[in-house]
Write a protein that binds this ligand. Structure first.
Ligand code: ADP
Ligand code: MG
Length: 276
């Protein structure tokens, strides 16, 4: 089997959410954060969840990761109900979770170590994935010696080394500057073209969702429900130039209208001209 074939997996990673509701808080403070969400994501598909802040995006992702149990409905990956966290479902957050005292290679090979892989094998696995994210030359460095974008690349490698059938990403590039963020989006698409794992990517950034996704699931304000699903028509591989296409502008406008309706802002104060 070639390295490329080993990295590709298109057969697994189907998400099926059926009438999922998720309650948070205790007793009198309990409330529904996610309400009646039904969603199917096919193996190898790239889906973005777009919604206003606080609408339950992270909660839904947390349930898919196995950290939160839905109060109603069914959540399954490849027909197996989710019963807890599993390395097959990797999650990447806005801030990295790397061990500061371990080298980059040790951080990436930690997952395989926990799964019982021998030292030489996990080193090979880590080096292969570090190559995939373009960090081969940094494997002996420590997290603090890398830039924010590079740390997020290691974080991605830390998850990908487990060959997850599902990659869950919760606003992973939100803390990065605009240029690094764009570079990371391109890198992620490039990696996804090669590994074809299913990606569910949460963002509140319309441009990011339109650039990355096959399909965008727009959520309502709290409690989060699915408002609309939008098929993104741009061909792949995508280049950042697509932002200049009229269709991009049209879809962006549409998403903006949907989000605005969910997030009515308070009227702006009337400005009084100076000196009057
Ligand atoms: P999003 O990721 O879309 O910004 P979250 O899923 O983080 O939204 O949160 C949904 C809602 O639940 C928010 O209003 C948030 O304040 C609230 N919330 C999140 N976690 C908890 C918790 N552990 N206990 C109580 N409320 C929470
Ligand atoms: Mg969130």
């Amino acid at each position: 089997m070639s390295g490329r074939e080993r990295l590709m997996r298109t057969d697994a990673g189907r998400i099926a959410a059926e009438h999922v509701s998720i309650e948070l808080g205790q007793g009198a403070q309990a409330f529904e954060a996610v309400q009646d969400v039904s969603l199917t994501v096919e193996p190898g598909e790239f889906v973005c969840i777009l919604g206003p802040s606080g609408c339950g995006k992270s909660t839904l992702l947390g349930a898919l990761a196995g950290h939160i149990t839905p109060s109603k409905g069914g959540l399954a990956v490849d027909d197996t109900p989710i019963a807890g966290p599993h390395p097959d479902r990797g999650i990447v957050f806005q801030h990295h979770t790397l061990f500061p005292w371990k080298s980059i290679r040790e951080n990436v090979s930690f997952g395989p170590k926990m799964l019982g892989f021998k030292k030489a094998e996990r080193r090979r696995m880590a080096d292969e994935i570090l190559d995939l994210v373009g960090l081969s030359d940094f494997s002996d460095r420590y997290p603090r010696q890398l830039s924010g974008g590079m740390q997020q690349r290691v974080e991605l490698a830390r998850v990908l080394v487990n060959r997850p059938r599902l990659l869950l990403m919760d606003e992973p590039f939100s803390a990065l500057d605009a240029l690094t963020r764009m570079r990371m989006q391109e890198l992620l698409l490039d990696i996804w073209e090669r590994i074809r794992t299913t990606i569910l990517f949460v963002t509140h950034d319309i441009d990011e969702a339109l650039f990355l996704a096959d399909r965008i699931v727009v959520m309502t304000a709290r409690p989060g429900r699915i408002l609309e699903e939008i098929v993104v028509p741009f061909s792949r591989p995508r280049a950042t130039e697509i932002v200049a296409l009229p269709e991009f502008g049209k879809l962006k406008r549409h998403c903006l209208d949907l989000l605005r309706a969910e997030h009515p802002s308070a009227p702006l104060p009337r400005l009084t001209p100076l000196g009057l």
